[in-house]
Design a protein around this ligand. Structure first.
Ligand code: UD1
Ligand code: UDP
Length: 376
């Protein structure tokens, strides 16, 4: 087989842990794959981008499109314009996109118009909620992709129902879990060091110490954080929980300004708002947490594998397997509902770690096998 030119796209925080194992698995077949990595620059803060390259051992991107933030149309349009130039120059055989962010959609659309083949990793997930920007990105990307790599059988079912030809669909498992399992041994020590540093800083500032068995929180869905109503409900619950225990909340940049503007989060000694943390630190914090409260996509999956109870503040999920087989539970965005669910989970029996089929650390190798079996 002659060399296959593969161009990988990554743009936002949840892309980096998905791209890393695929690049590493292809690098083990250096005679077959000629790889390039393009960073769209959708996320650009040090702790939303650079830290992941260091910790995941990702190569430096060959190009950074530096598109930055903007409305959906602005961001998608800027990525398309810049990415079109890249692929016209490099003419890859395949472009690999992961997940469901604007970078995923924009690059797929460019390739579809230019006749460049697209592989979508994490295909087939559906929340059936078109108010989520990610659902639009998932549906359109899957419609355009030539190869669709699914993380779970529900993904295959959704795609088949939508009329995607079965020969394009490959159930390979979850690449995000490849990164999790590979780096788990480093995560505990990273979180220990992080917590010691945090404890010293808090002691110096005269704040309450960080307790054991924390609740760990992330929030960034527009439906939860862009309007003051839902955010006030969630922050009210975090304050209630933070009166009796440590609640560690690495605040996503989208959410930061909204919390400050609303003056939320005051009145609980245990509620600790911090900047987003690196991947190793975050995975280690999840391992130590008694409970995770989130609206993230990927964190629903990671908590399932780690066996940590997860409350997802959303009316639906595109990752139903984390509920049917894992530790995830949906909760309504109401202060009392969240607090009651959190207290029940904290009192309940310990959760068991679950490994849905093919969430075994070898998903990227299966992707490589599919590429190796292709006619050029
Ligand atoms: C994006 C993805 C979402 C994903 C999330 C992961 C889309 C439509 N959304 O949401 O699916 O779950 O990333 O984290 O692609 N900002 C910074 N620094 C950064 C990045 C963003 O300050 O490095 C701020 C900017 O004010 C920006 C806002 O965060 O306007 C939102 O960023 P954006 O990339 O548009 O969407 P996310 O909410 O991060
Ligand atoms: N994550 C991290 N630091 C943080 C919060 C999250 O490294 O402060 C990791 C988390 O472990 C997971 C990924 O970021 O691997 C999830 O990304 P995010 O929640 O931003 O996006 P989503 O999955 O919702 O698209």
């Amino acid at each position: 087989m002659c060399a296959l030119k593969i161009l990988h796209v990554a743009g936002a925080r949840p892309n980096f842990m998905k791209v890393a194992p695929i690049i590493a698995a292809m690098a083990r077949h250096g005679d077959v794959f000629e790889q390039q990595l393009v960073h769209t620059g959708q996320h650009y803060d040090e702790n939303m981008s650079r830290v992941f390259f260091d910790q995941l051992g990702l190569p430096r991107p060959d190009q950074n499109l530096e598109v930055g933030s903007g409305s959906h149309a602005q961001q998608t349009g800027r990525i398309m314009e810049a990415f079109e130039k890249v692929v016209l120059e490099d003419r890859p055989d395949w472009v690999s996109v992961v997940g469901d962010v604007n970078s995923t959609l924009a690059c797929s659309l460019v390739c579809a118009k230019l006749g460049i083949r697209v592989a979508h990793v994490e295909a087939g997930l559906r929340s059936f909620d078109r108010t989520m920007p990610e659902e639009i990105n998932r549906m359109v990307t899957d419609r355009l992709a030539d190869l669709l790599f699914t993380p779970s059988p529900d993904g295959d079912e959704n795609l088949l129902r939508e009329g995607v030809s079965p020969d394009r669909i490959h159930f390979v498992g979850n690449v995000m879990i490849d990164s999790l399992l590979r780096l788990l041994p480093q995560a505990g020590p990273a979180a220990e060091a992080f917590l010691e540093r945090l404890a010293r800083e808090r002691e110096a500032a005269g704040d309450f110490p960080v307790g054991d068995d924390p609740v760990l929180v992330t929030l960034h869905r527009p439906a939860n954080v862009d309007e003051s109503g839902p955010l006030a409900e969630i922050m009210g619950s975090l304050v209630e929980l933070g009166r009796d225990r440590t609640v560690i909340f690495p605040v996503h940049p989208r959410t930061r300004g909204r919390i400050a503007a609303g003056g939320y989060g005051k009145g609980a000694d245990g509620l600790v708002l911090i900047e987003p943390v690196g991947y190793l630190e975050f995975v280690g914090l999840m391992q130590k947490a008694a409970l995770v409260l989130t609206d993230s996509g990927g964190i629903q999956e990671e908590t399932t594998v780690l066996g940590v109870p997860c409350l997802t503040v959303r009316p639906n999920t595109e990752r139903p397997i984390t509920i049917t087989e894992g530790t995830n539970q949906l909760v309504q965005c109401r202060q009392q509902v969240i607090t009651d669910a959190a207290l029940a989970a904290l009192k309940g029996p310990p959760s068991k770690a679950a490994r849905p089929e093919k969430w075994d650390g070898h998903a990227a190798e299966r992707i490589v096998e599919v590429f190796l079996g292709l006619e050029k």
